[in-house]
Write a protein that binds this ligand. Sequence first.
Ligand code: PLP
Length: 343
Amino acid sequence: MEIDNLVRSNVKRLQPYSCEREDYKRQGFSLLDANENPYGGIYRRYPDPLQQELKQCLREVKGFAPERLTIGNGSDELIDLLLRTFCSPREDNIITISPTYPMYGIYAQVNEVEIRESLLDKDLMPVLEDILGRADKHTKLIFLCTPNNPTGNTIPLDTICRLASRFQGLVVVDEAYIDFTDSPSATSIQDRYPNIVVLQTLSKAWGAAGLRVGVCIADPAVTGWLNKVKAPYNLNSFAQECAKALLQEQDKVQAQVKEILRERERLLEGLRQIPDLRIMGKPEANFILVQHGRYRELYQYLLDNRVAVRLRDMPPLLPGCLRITVGKREENDKVIRLCQTFQ
Ligand SMILES: *Cc1c(COP(=O)(O)O)cnc(C)c1O
């Protein structure tokens, strides 16, 4: 499979915006090339469009080679960027596996790209033959989410391999919650399957949703195109610096993740005791999907008691569900207590 053949023709013709001042910056040149105010504060300069220092940190901490990385303003921007780079409006299509994260479909709609939906089976696993049966020569991207939001299930690497080997486009594996599981990342099989694109983020386990930093790990051919299409200054200087500092605190973050996982088990145990409430899926991330016959009333009851959870009514597979994020100990206690008193 030739990656370049997947790229939109207008993107191929694109003469990208170029600015080659990062070296001049480092060498202390007089920077009279970007119309900045020289009297401004520490953020008077435009940020590095290729985020090179941040990518070096990602190499040290995660082992990702910088030439395989595209950094986004959150992984949401990267989802949009993949669509804008590879999918021609009103011509190409993508496949999503429902129920899943809604942003794949939303960005596809915004970009006027057709969405083909394959359903999870009753064990909440993707059905390979069904997915491949929906693909045609205009299918550029298949979005997988593992652990899946909102079911919590992970997809076995073996399934991802089989899909990638039989599909002539890119398999996008959204690993927003990968740090909560022991399941291996799809980055470990990218050398065998260059059409696998992995998305990770600092928003969930890394505790920095407000920074807006997402990472796309992909074949250098894919990465080259993404970096051409993205806005040059998509990640501001402050976010780049904070992200670098945060990546140095991996031990602290790992301890927080461990605590969240302990709390998840406690919350699960408490919720299992509630009559009429069913745990759905297999919670492998930092949330639990539950089903309740009177889910709207339960949702409102929680709100009345100043607890916000997410309404997730997803028929036919998962009707009447609520997605509950694992919070701090006292918050989880409160959820359990409220579920007990709800009637
Ligand atoms: C939260 C979430 C994201 C969004 O990540 P950002 O980096 O904050 O944009 C992406 N994918 C899934 C599945 C998510 O749940």
